[in-house]
Design a protein around this ligand. Structure first.
Ligand SMILES: [Zn+2]
Length: 79
């Protein structure tokens, strides 16, 4: 389970990006922490990088499917 200390730097959001499922080897849109839907394993994927082709296997739980857990956000421009 992802952990953090300073909640003032985190915000709960209902973005559609959290609902998309990513198969191994797919290029993601958001940099962030991705969680395996089947076993809960968590990884970091850079923006524009692919989820790993063969990170881990589980025969009983089914295929590895990644879902975005936390995404990193560029600091908004200051006005
Ligand atoms: Zn897994």
């Amino acid at each position: 389970m992802a952990q953090y200390k300073n909640s003032e730097h985190m915000v709960q959001a209902n973005a559609a990006a959290f609902d998309k499922e990513w198969l191994p080897g797919q290029v993601v849109v958001n940099a962030g922490i991705y969680r395996c839907k089947a076993c809960g394993d968590e990884i970091v994927v850079d923006k524009g990088a692919a989820t790993p082709q063969s990170h881990h296997n589980h025969s009983i739980l089914g295929p590895v499917v990644w879902k975005l857990l936390v995404f990193a956000q560029k600091h908004p421009p200051r006005s």
